[in-house]
Structure formats: structure tokens, C-alpha cells
Design a protein around this ligand. Sequence first.
Ligand SMILES: NC(=O)c1ccc[n+]([C@@H]2O[C@H](COP(=O)([O-])OP(=O)(O)OC[C@H]3O[C@@H](n4cnc5c(N)ncnc54)[C@H](OP(=O)(O)O)[C@@H]3O)[C@@H](O)[C@H]2O)c1
Length: 329
Amino acid sequence: MKKIHIAIVGATGLVGQTFLKVLEEYDFQIASIKLFASPNSLGKSLQFKGQSYNIETVQPGCFRGIDYVLMSAGKKVSTDVAPQAVKEGAIVIDNSSAFRMHEEVPLVVPEVNLNDANQKRLIANPNCSTIQSVLPLKALQDAFGLESIDYHTYQAVSGSGIKGLNDLHRKESVPQFYPYDIQKTVIPHIDSFLSSGYTYEEQKMIDETKKILHDPQLRITATCVRVPVEFGHAVSMKVKLKQEASLETIQHTLKSFKSIIVVDDPSQLKYPVSTLAVGNDFVYVGRIRKDLHDPFSVLMFVVADNIRKGAASNAIQIMKGLMHHDDTH
Ligand SMILES: NC(=O)c1ccc[n+]([C@@H]2O[C@H](COP(=O)([O-])OP(=O)(O)OC[C@H]3O[C@@H](n4cnc5c(N)ncnc54)[C@H](OP(=O)(O)O)[C@@H]3O)[C@@H](O)[C@H]2O)c1
């Protein structure tokens, strides 16, 4: 693989710092790396492979000569900066929701739909809970077809970035970020409310799942809940299949899919807990069981590291996939 020039926008954030960690772990040949954050971080530096790099702010021309920009600084920054980076010649992989539903922008989870990214210069990374959900869903879709999905999430505070973690660990008695005390309660509210009664987070899961699985007709509902956990999102889902399948066939199908680890032995208390996923890029699936009233429906519990597979690692795996494609074509 050729040596690449990389830039990270939002480098000081939770996802940004994880980009650096994952880039160190994966075997990339990196010619240069530039780190960008807000003006508040000017004067700070971050370590990468034993070297110190100063934080810069985005300026006209700053992406010239860059091959890939990994962007994770929120929707507003992405809306402003991603077009500039593309214009200056880079391929952008964006973590925000700014472009995810744009028709011409692919929304990619490499194990599911890497081909959608071919020849594109702006690629969107899906919402964290959606990423971990579409791996088992794709396995089931290919084998049995999908009729409908009912999602219920249990999302860690790190999904809100550094502000979420700070609110869980705060010393003050009054919440500083969430509307209720995340030290004491779960909160059935993530992102803003829409007139439908759903939250934007729930609507993102619904819309993004259909786009990634190339099935606009899929019937999906979602309830997204914040829980007092630092890292690792969990999604409980009920999936109605188009064809009836035995539990054994379903388990085998899930076990055979890339990046999925099935942990499902309740007699030994083996099931996916979020701590199992923290610090790695696998998606853990367990509690697999048939619906008691509908032989076409299966339930399962899915966990993954929201900052890694749900954000930084997925984006880096997209980049790796694109580089591999360039090397082999
Ligand atoms: N956390 C997750 O699980 C997760 C998962 C998927 C996607 N995402 C998405 O990733 C993005 C960042 O999330 P996060 O959790 O890393 O948030 P975070 O910890 O709050 O970090 C935000 C980053 O954006 C930077 N930033 C703010 N304004 C900027 C500007 N004008 N120019 C350049 N950089 C700027 C911040 O720099 P300063 O330090 O200088 O303020 C910081 O590096 C969001 O779009 C989020 O929706 C997060």
C-alpha cells in the first residue's frame, strides 16, 4: 500500500483521539498527518507514533496534498469544511449527520456495503447505533430477507462526546449537560424531538438502516435511551424475517458473518455485555431467541464500542477498503 497523507478534523475530541489510536494499531504507511480542532485548542499538541503534533485550525488551502480527511467535529463544521476538503483534492470520510442522507453521498459500513463508496470523494459514516445493528441485519437479510425491525437502544454517555462523560463524572449535584441526572437515571431522549414524537436519533436509525441495506420499504421503529454507562452501546432488536428459519440456522448465519462474535450461552451466563466490546472492533450478538407469538420474528441483543466500531474504526476501515480497492484496480 502507498504512503498516505492524512488530516483529522476534530482531533482533540473523543472520536478524534480514537482515530489516532486506531491508526496506530492498524498497519498504515503514513507519510504525514495534520490535526485540526477549534481555535480553543490552538497551542495544544497530541502524540502520534511517539511524535508530537501541534493542533491547527482549518484555513483555505490546508487540505492540499492530503489523501484522506477523517472528520469528526459535528454537523456544522462538517457542512462548512467537507466541501472545502473535497475541492482541495482530498477524500473525506465524515462522522457527522450532515451528509448521511444526501442521495449522492454513500453511507457505509465496510462489512455491509463498501462497494457503495467506490469512486466517491465524500463518504458518510453512519450513526453509532446503526453501524453495530446493520451487521447482524445484513447477515439475516442475505439469508432470509427482512420484513421489519423494532430497535431499542441503551446508549453510553460517550456517545454525546466529552460533555456526556463529564456529566456522568461531575461533582456538582445538578446536571450540567443532560436534562436529567444521568448519574441516577436512564433518559429516553437522545437528540432533539421531532413533530412525529420520535427523536432525531431514532429517525436517524430508521432512515440510515434503510439506506445502508438498500431497502426503502423496510418497516422500522426505534426507541433510543441514554444509560449511565461510559462506553459501549447496546441495541435490543426484534427482527421479522421474510422466511421462517430455525434458531440454529439463524445462529449459524450470524456466526458466519464478518466482524460478528456470537456470545450466547445463558446457562453459563454468557451474553453480550457492553464491557466485552470496549476497546475492540467486533460486534457481539447474543440472547438470540424466537418471538413467542410469531415464528418469523427473532430477538437479539447487540453490543459494540460506540467510539471505535460506532465511529473511528468504521471510518478507518472505510479508508482501508478504499485504499485496497485502489491497489487492486
Ligand atoms: N461519540 C460517539 O459515539 C460518536 C459516534 C458517531 C459519531 N459521532 C460524531 O462525531 C462528532 C464528534 O463527536 P465526539 O464524540 O468526538 O465529540 P467531542 O468529544 O465533543 O469532540 C468535538 C471535536 O470537534 C472539534 N471542533 C469543535 N469546533 C470545531 C471547529 N470550528 N473546527 C474544528 N474542530 C472543531 C473539537 O475541538 P476542541 O477540542 O478545540 O473544542 C473536538 O475536537 C460528532 O459529529 C458526533 O455526532 C460521535
